[in-house]
Design a protein around this ligand. Structure first.
Ligand code: FES
Length: 136
């Protein structure tokens, strides 16, 4: 496949430094000092794979930035408190640990993430089938 044939998703993946750790591949998506307390940072891979990196106290989380309620890429702008994030559009509340919505079966996809050597390392995501194609 030539460079011009690579998808925007593949190009985004290739733009990050990659390493293997305990059988998984991780991408260095930014420096540690680029992720602030209780403030989400969105990492855009394509329209369907956007990942919010969230620091809450000593914990670091990575969840889909796309709220399943209306497929809006807004989770990184949500209110972060006590291990949860509240979607800024209609107030659905998600556990940052499990991704599960409180009081419903909705769920944000979660990803492994860790901090090492002044960098934030995110589990290499896989490309997803767009939501509008999933029922065909
Ligand atoms: S879009 Fe998130 S709660 Fe409605």
């Amino acid at each position: 496949m030539s460079d011009s044939e690579a998808s925007s998703f593949e190009k985004a993946i290739a733009s990050f430094e990659c390493m293997s750790f305990e059988g998984r591949e991780y991408l260095r998506i930014c420096s540690s000092n680029e992720v602030f307390q209780k403030k989400g940072k969105n990492v855009f891979f394509d329209e369907d794979v956007q990942i919010a990196i969230i620091r809450d106290g000593n914990e670091l989380y990575a969840v889909s930035n796309i709220c399943p309620h209306q497929y809006a890429a807004v989770i990184c702008d949500g209110l972060i408190e006590e291990g949860t994030v509240t979607c800024p559009l209609h107030g659905w509340i998600y556990s940052l640990d499990s991704g599960k919505a409180l009081g419903s079966n909705a769920r944000l996809k979660t990803y492994h993430v860790f901090e090492w050597n002044d960098g934030i390392w995110l589990e290499k995501p896989v490309q997803l089938t767009p939501l509008w194609l999933r029922n065909f």
